[in-house]
Design a protein around this ligand. Structure first.
Ligand code: CP
Ligand code: NVA
Length: 304
């Protein structure tokens, strides 16, 4: 593995599969002293339930220590430039786990420290989430080969990381999103380059029914990501035909699983009925954040 995990594209196929295998192992045997005397600083510009908790508890289970710095605390880039914050924090911590707005904040951190930097979500990607999702899919489907994933709704950080992961692993991913909210061109290009080697299929459509046809996995996320609150009204209109409901699920395979990174907005991108249905694996998915991220931490320190 590279020094940092900023994007799914930082990992090759073997590294992704090794991380998932290690996560499975850690799930069976969670308490280890692998990272004893290692310290983690969590620097968050946005709120979090899952990411913060799973990283803090995960580090504790591995014998290390973690401290959390909230959005109000350090004023990243406002009270103090990113490059200064980074060079101070690296004097105390062995790994910086950062949740930020701009991806460039992460690349700047990476440039100014030899310590590890992990993307805990930025506007462009959420790689830790997607590693947990792949573990969940493997647990539910018994394989990561020959599967079709349908992603419905906003093409956002989750979509970007999932499309990149699918392209690395040779999966079929169909993204259904409305005009004006389609996949980022750079992500699409990077995914197509990966797909050239793996024979992954990356399909884009404006019709959710086309995307979910024969799907093994249906995935959605909020229509209004953190930082987009001012666009709420126009987004509710743009995405109104992209709700994941039981009718849409009926067009997928009968054993389709429903995934959502959470937090979910019932009545918007997904119905309560789908969230609570037998297809829903959302809490297994949330739990897997812990195991997948612990695997990332172990591997990062192993390779240094
Ligand atoms: N899925 C996810 O990253 O959740 P949090 O925003 O609560 O960390
Ligand atoms: N796309 C969402 C994911 C939250 C985990 C956001 O960025 O707010």
């Amino acid at each position: 593995m590279k020094k940092d995990l900023l994007s799914i594209n930082d990992l090759n196929k073997d590294e992704i599969l090794e991380l998932i295998a290690l996560a499975q192992d850690l799930k069976k045997d969670p308490w280890r002293e692998t990272l004893k005397h290692k310290t983690m600083a969590l620097i968050f510009e946005k709120p979090s339930l899952r990411t913060r908790t799973s990283f803090e508890i995960g580090m504790h289970q591995l014998g290390g220590e973690a401290i959390y710095l909230s959005p109000a605390e350090i004023g990243l880039g406002k009270r103090e430039p990113v490059k200064d914050v980074t060079r101070v924090i690296e004097r105390f911590a062995d790994v910086i786990v950062a949740r930020v707005f701009a991806h460039e904040t992460l690349t700047e951190m990476s440039k100014y420290t030899n310590k590890h930097v992990v993307n805990a979500l930025c506007n462009k990607e959420h790689p830790c989430q997607i590693l947990a999702d792949l573990l969940t899919i493997l647990e539910c489907k018994g394989t990561l080969q020959g599967l079709k994933i349908a992603y419905i709704g906003d093409s956002n950080n989750i979509t970007n990381s999932m499309v990149l992961a699918a392209s690395k692993l040779g999966l079929h991913i169909a993204v259904a999103s409305p005009k004006g909210h389609t996949l980022d061109e750079n992500i699409l290009r990077a995914a197509q380059e990966n797909a050239f080697h793996t024979f992954a299929v990356i399909e884009q459509t404006s019709d959710p029914k086309v995307a979910v046809k024969d799907a093994d996995v249906i995935y959605t996320d909020t229509w209004i990501s953190m930082g987009e609150e001012a666009e709420r009204e126009e987004r509710l209109i743009a995405f109104k035909d992209y709700q994941v409901n039981m009718e849409l699920l009926s067009h997928a395979k009968s054993d389709v699983i429903f995934m959502h990174c959470l937090p979910a907005h019932r009545g918007e991108e997904v119905t309560d009925e789908v969230m609570e249905s037998k297809h829903s694996v959302i809490f297994q998915e949330a739990e897997n954040r812990l195991h997948a991220q612990k695997a990332v931490l172990v591997k990062l320190f192993e390779e240094k």
